[in-house]
Design a protein around this ligand. Structure first.
Ligand code: FAD
Length: 434
């Protein structure tokens, strides 16, 4: 028998749970359908959640969210095979309410978010794969087909939150051109267990404080970057690599990760760490320019399914965008259903909500940023330039007199194949982007 809901949300990741929460709170009947045996079962990310958007969804979320550590130290490391320059920042402000970022395990986080949706009244259906869209005579989306016998679910609005490479967005014809490989990166990650005291000593933290390190120049020139995050008794270490770059370099992501683990700046941090998890997942890195249409007749797309991940190699924000987009999708669905118009036009409030929030505003502002961070110069030339420049500044070469900064810069640029003109232009793009 077909079951009927006001809203069917596909995928119980952060986007899906936020959408289900918001729609259920508006008094709608909501099904949240997840293919995994439980929410977060197979979901992968680096490990840091920026929770600010939760203020609106779950007041005082920090008292209840399953957190490993609060990120009070953020570092960016620019490296070559034998050098590393780190910009390291810490603040006590991020270690107390309302906090900034936290490390958390996906199974804990996704499970907790889905629980909030269920508490709001949504029905969570696990171990169920959505296999297609139901359409009415006019071609409008009218529900979903699942892999269960008699598993059709009809709905006035379907919210597709099925993650990167969304099969539903494609089936609805929302991605005009095939999602291209150049917009995708592959993330591989290892979680390494360390005794708590060892970890806290190595990373100079205590209590529930945590560290987030992002790295540039550790991918053999393949567009991408690395990350290292501290959990309570483990670290998550990974690399993110452009799919096309990996293919061209004829190497395996595991090799790049193994190389990073041997790097002189990283090896001492993870020494003795025992692997407790290894995972890999795709990331949509194309940003604003690669997004599909966000609303169609009877359907909305949110989160990674709509390429809303802001990931430029070293920069990985996705959960916050997914939560925000899901929340606005739930809200827009409720408004459209309330007004009796769930056509593309009736659902167009979704885009407006996104445009006036950080979700699309940040993406629009940073639309050139992924291109810059993933560019050849940024990946192959600048890490060497920066490291050589700093090495030159810090190196004491007496009795020869110290070269001036301008000479050092010229020399480092020349040695690393950088034209100063490009450097100035890229710095400007970077500054503008930030
Ligand atoms: P997902 O989390 O992918 O959830 C999609 C859900 O849909 C899944 O539960 C899946 O099982 C389900 N599903 C899919 N298809 C179907 C179907 N047909 N039927 C039923 N269910 C289905 N973001 C951050 O904020 N911080 C980070 O540190 C970070 N690091 C990352 C590191 C790596 C290596 C990777 C890969 C990603 C990282 N991201 C990070 C990005 C982040 O993981 C995503 O942006 C975020 O998970 C998107 O949420 P979502 O709900 O849109 O999709």
């Amino acid at each position: 028998a077909t079951r009927t809901f006001d809203v069917v949300v596909v995928g119980a990741g952060p986007a899906g749970s936020a959408a289900a929460m918001e729609a259920a709170r508006a008094g709608l009947s909501v099904a949240l359908v997840e293919r995994g045996p439980f929410p977060g079962a197979k979901n992968v990310y680096g490990g840091v959640v920026y929770g600010r958007i939760l203020d609106e969804l779950i007041p005082r979320w920090w008292e209840r969210m399953p957190v490993q550590r609060w990120v009070t130290r953020r570092s960016t490391m620019v490296m070559t095979p034998s050098q590393a320059l780190t910009v390291d920042f810490r603040t006590e402000d991020w270690g107390r309410p309302p906090y900034n970022g936290a490390t958390a395990f996906r199974a804990d986080l996704d499970g907790w978010l889905a629980e909030q949706a269920v508490e709001a009244g949504a029905v969570l259906v696990t171990s169920t794969v959505v296999t297609g869209l139901l359409k009415d005579a006019s071609g409008a989306v009218a529900g979903v087909r699942t892999d269960r016998p008699d598993g059709d679910l009809t709905a006035r609005v379907v919210i597709a939150c099925d993650g990167v490479n969304s099969f539903l967005a494609k089936e609805a014809g929302m991605f005009p051109d095939e999602h291209q490989a150049e917009h995708l990166t592959l993330g591989v990650k290892q979680t390494l267990a360390l005794p708590r005291e060892t970890l806290e000593e190595r990373f100079a933290i205590s209590g529930r404080d945590g560290v987030d390190i992002e790295m540039l120049g550790c991918t053999r020139g393949i567009p991408g970057g690395g990350f290292l995050y501290t959990n309570l008794e483990s670290v998550s270490l990974g690399v993110v690599l452009g799919l096309t770059g990996v293919r061209e370099a004829k190497t395996r992501p595991e090799e790049i990760l193994a190389e990073l683990k041997r790097h002189p700046a990283i090896a001492p941090l993870i020494r003795g760490g025992e692997q407790i998890e290894y995972s890999a997942h795709l990331i949509p890195e194309g940003g604003y320019r690669s997004m599909p249409e966000l609303a169609g007749d009877g359907i909305l797309i949110a989160g990674d399914a709509a390429a809303m991940c802001l990931a430029a190699g070293i920069w990985l924000e996705g959960v916050n965008f997914a939560l925000g987009a899901g929340m606005y999708a739930g809200r827009a669905a409720a408004a459209a259903i309330g007004a009796g118009d769930t056509s593309r036009r009736g659902l167009s409030g979704y885009r407006k909500l996104l445009e006036s929030s950080f979700v699309l505003a940040d993406h629009r502002r940073l639309r050139d940023f992924p291109g810059l961070v993933l560019s050849d110069r940024m990946q192959r030339n600048y890490p060497g330039l920066v490291c050589d420049l700093v090495q030159g500044m810090f190196q004491v070469d007496n009795p020869r007199p110290k070269p001036g900064l301008r000479r050092l810069l010229r020399r480092s640029a020349r040695d690393n194949g950088v034209r100063l003109r490009d450097l100035v232009r890229d710095s400007w793009t970077g500054m503008r982007g930030l």
